[in-house]
Design a protein around this ligand. Structure first.
Ligand code: SF4
Ligand code: SF4
Length: 361
């Protein structure tokens, strides 16, 4: 992270050298505008899970324009079809019963599916393949970017990311600038770290270095043989440089492994009370502060953290999340944001000299 600016520059040049289009977005709105331009006129776009995409106000804007967004991760697709709230970022649909999942997927395939896991998976596999073939554009995040080689690294267990980054003609990958590491060697370390904490051990590591190409006809280089013809990488700053300036650089070490989510007692007990559109749990609440502001962070559980330290203990990057949350709470209070119960206690103290609002004898 001390070499962040140098690495951003190197990644941009290397990605361009291998044929990617690179767009650097200082703010989320710039990224959204670029993506909307790229998706102009499309009827359907296939998408994989991405924390960075959650920061952008993109999906609603696409829907307004009549572009159908098809989630290709099975859990996310079940949530999308059922209209339920995701319970947990890593297993968004694990709280739904087999019957509820069968009902959601039956609507998708247009016939009644039995509540049988194998049958549901088989039907979803076929239907999602049809949807992927229908789409001209795929939208993904990136687990890591190797600056020297200009390579986008992706880890997955289902295989949906491999399919959507190969079959549609255009691949749009959105990556925070914190995802950039010097070389492929560090990139593999980051990918192994992500995988170590997945609920299901990862099945695929992919590196993408530009569009698919061939020179098999007369030695003339052509793009888009089997894989994507165009690869666009959107390097997003958003809140990252600001966090570093504020002395919270360690936030940028997060590899989104999700381990903190699996141990946080507040998230496990309350789920929706400790999350926002931007993300869940400790990392989600801190990102919410930077992306949506203090009020949304408070609504998303800034004051819900108990400071138990379990997230810090398990984090492979040793990010001191409770300390960072505490810092943001101090800032929230000093800027006049308080929780409604606290405000009423404070009012009582000022009015009658005690927090309970009773008049002294
Ligand atoms: S310190 Fe806070 S965010 Fe971290 S695990 Fe404990 S309650 Fe959750
Ligand atoms: S904060 Fe640490 S544990 Fe949580 S997702 Fe990021 S790297 Fe993983």
């Amino acid at each position: 992270m001390d070499r962040l600016e140098e690495l951003v520059e190197q990644a941009r040049d290397s990605l361009r050298a291998v044929g990617c289009e690179v767009f650097e977005a200082r703010r989320g709105e710039e990224a959204v505008k670029y993506l909307l331009d790229q998706l102009e006129g499309e009827g359907v776009v296939v998408k994989s899970k991405s924390n960075t995409l959650k920061e952008l106000d993109l999906l609603e804007r696409l829907e307004e324009r009549g572009v159908e967004v098809v989630e290709t991760d099975l859990g996310d697709r079940i949530i999308q079809l059922s209209g339920e709230e995701p319970l947990h970022p890593v297993g968004p649909a694990v709280h739904l019963t087999l019957e509820e999942v069968a009902a959601a997927l039956s609507r998708e395939v247009g016939r009644e599916l039995p509540p049988d896991v194998e049958e549901l998976i088989r039907a979803s596999r076929l239907r999602l393949r049809e949807r992927i073939l229908e789409a001209r554009v795929a939208l993904t995040g990136a687990n890591v970017i190797a600056a020297e080689e200009g390579a986008i690294g992706l880890v997955e267990n289902e295989g949906n990311i491999s399919l959507i980054t190969r079959l549609p003609e255009k691949h749009l990958a959105v990556a925070g600038i914190d995802k950039i590491v010097p070389t492929l060697e560090e990139a593999v370390t980051v990918m192994k770290t992500c995988e170590a904490f997945l609920t299901v051990t990862g099945a695929y590591y992919s590196f993408i270095r530009g569009p698919s190409r061939t020179a098999d006809v007369m030695g003339i280089e052509q793009f888009g043989m089997h894989g994507a013809k165009e690869v666009h990488v959107i390097l997003l700053d958003g809140w990252r440089r600001e966090a570093a300036r504020k002395g919270m650089k360690e936030l940028l070490y997060c590899c989104n492994c999700g381990a903190c989510l699996s141990v946080c007692p507040v998230l496990l007990e309350t789920a929706h009370a400790f999350s926002s559109r931007v993300g869940a749990g400790p990392m989600g609440v801190v990102r919410t502060w930077f992306v949506l502001g203090p009020e949304e962070a408070i609504r998303g559980g800034l004051f819900a953290c108990t400071g138990c330290g379990a997230c810090r203990k398990i984090c492979p990057a040793s990010i001191d999340l409770p300390r960072l949350i505490e810092r943001l709470r101090v800032e929230a209070c000093s800027r006049g944001f308080t929780l409604p119960p606290h405000s009423s206690l404070a009012e009582n103290i000022l009015r009658v000299g005690n927090p309970f609002g009773e008049k002294p004898e």
